[in-house]
Ligand binder design. Sequence first.
Ligand code: SF4
Length: 243
Amino acid sequence: MVDARQAAYLQALGVDVYVPRSAPPLQAEPPLHAEAVVESTPSPDVAANLDWNELRAAVAACQRCELHLTRTQTVFGVGNPQAHWMFIGEAPGAEEDKQGEPFVGRAGQLLTSMIRALGLRREDVFIANVLKCRPPDNRDPKASEVASCRDFLERQVALVNPKLVIAVGRIAAQSLLATETPIAKLRGKVHSFGAQAWPVVVTYHPAYLLRSPGEKRKSWQDLLHARQLFSRLEQESASGGRS
Ligand code: SF4
């Protein structure tokens, strides 16, 4: 059920408050960018034992890939470091590079609306990106860059230890899950990421939703799926599962 506050945020999202009894079959979606990326390569895995402050410092000083040459600053992530929900996007854009915070600007506002539609506040969750530095001209991340940055992300997820990870957008999903499967086929399922097999669900990037507002209903279906899964995970946790 959707309460009045969530209905208001859904309105901001541009989603009519109507939930079909069964979701329509998933359609093949066009890629977010023309160029499909991402293959999995081993990460250097030197971040595995760092604490939060050490990890933040290591990211800020990182020169592992060429993106350090063009960044204004690294974008580590924002939010509650003990969050139960973690949202992971692709990489900083121009505004994020300038402000040092992920998901700012119009796409960030839409992500905040999506978070609120879940009944959460932006500061309740943790928001990060697969890459901590901006690819020039907002080009897609290279597989080598994703591999270089991967242990930072894995350590970040390990330290937050969320109950649920939301992969935001095609590139984040494909990078996290080390697959080239189209996003339409990744949605609506439960995947896992990292050493502790954190549960992952996939949804569209808000920048894509801004370009394709007709897809917002599917995004709402993803959020419903995530919320139901989260409730189930909490019940399992209360009855002795992973905390
Ligand atoms: S993108 Fe990641 S690996 Fe590349 S320089 Fe930035 S922090 Fe280092």
